[in-house]
Design a protein. Structure first.
Length: 274
């Protein structure tokens, strides 16, 4: 893979730009000018002026500084490019948390090169923690290197997860977690997929699993996990993210697959297609 990647100097420039843009978007978060709050996929899936303004700030800067790059943003940004790079943006991951002032929300900025994640920056604006990663280098939190846990036994693993906004899907997801909860130490749910992936990267969680998430939710966090010595995969057909340290990976995946099969057989195809 390394021969297919850009040179280290260009990667370093992208890394620094992503950090700068995440900090600027974080300032929008801090102003808390939410304006009128609308709904997206359901009445419980909100979008605020903070989401829109943060994305607009990032996209405007990228169009000026990197006009040949593609951009994919949660709030309806989809711009084609010619450079091979694509920026993947979630301007406010954890909008519900943000609106409730629950301390788990972030700016998430990932960069791909020919569909390979190469940069990940997640700025947790609730805790003022900036996680950054560049392929071939170690991930950091506020400038200090972070590392996944060495946990190798699922029964003592702390597992993070999340749930969709649609009630029927959320119920199916809960039934899968019901299959898993007796096999792990405990379950945590912060409400921000990007933050949870960084928690795996820094050892605050041993693992994370969720279905129904979009690429902008995980593009940055995946690179942060990988740069911390962990494994993170995203299956686009299921919109499924799984992340953990390498010692736990096989056992975790086996347990998740069995739980999903058990849930599908009990509740039918709707559950299988989360």
């Amino acid at each position: 893979m390394s021969s297919l990647l850009p040179n280290p100097g260009e990667l370093s420039e992208l890394h620094d730009l992503a950090i700068d843009l995440a900090n600027q978007a974080g300032e929008v978060h801090l102003r808390r000018e939410t304006g009128d709050v609308d709904s997206k996929s359901s009445a419980t899936d909100p979008v605020s002026n903070v989401d829109r303004e943060s994305e607009r700030l990032i996209v405007t800067a990228l169009r000026q500084l990197r006009p040949q790059d593609a951009i994919l943003g949660e709030e309806d940004t989809s711009i084609q490019g010619t450079s091979g790079f694509r920026w993947v943006i979630d301007p406010l991951d954890g909008t519900v948390n943000y609106l409730y002032e629950f301390p788990s929300h972030a700016v998430s900025i990932g960069v791909e090169f020919k569909e390979i994640p190469v940069i990940g920056v997640v700025f947790d604006t609730a805790l003022d923690e900036l996680h950054a990663s560049q392929v071939r280098k170690h991930s950091t939190r506020n400038g200090r290197e972070i590392q996944v846990n060495s946990c190798s036994d699922l029964s003592v693993a702390l597992l993070g997860t999340g749930f969709a906004y649609q009630p029927a899907v959320r119920r199916s997801q809960a039934m899968i977690i019901t299959e898993l909860i007796s096999q792990v130490r405990d379950i945590r749910r912060s409400g921000s997929c990007a933050v949870d992936l960084c928690s795996v990267a820094s050892g605050r969680l041993d693992a994370f699993y969720e279905t129904g998430v979009n690429w902008w939710d995980v593009a940055a966090g995946i690179q942060v996990v990988r740069g911390s010595g962990g494994i993170a995969t995203y299956e686009a057909d299921k919109k499924r993210i799984i992340a953990s340290g390498p010692n736990l990976w096989e056992e975790l995946n086996n347990a998740i697959n069995k739980a999903e099969v058990a849930n599908a057989s009990q509740f039918g195809s709707a559950s299988a297609n989360i």
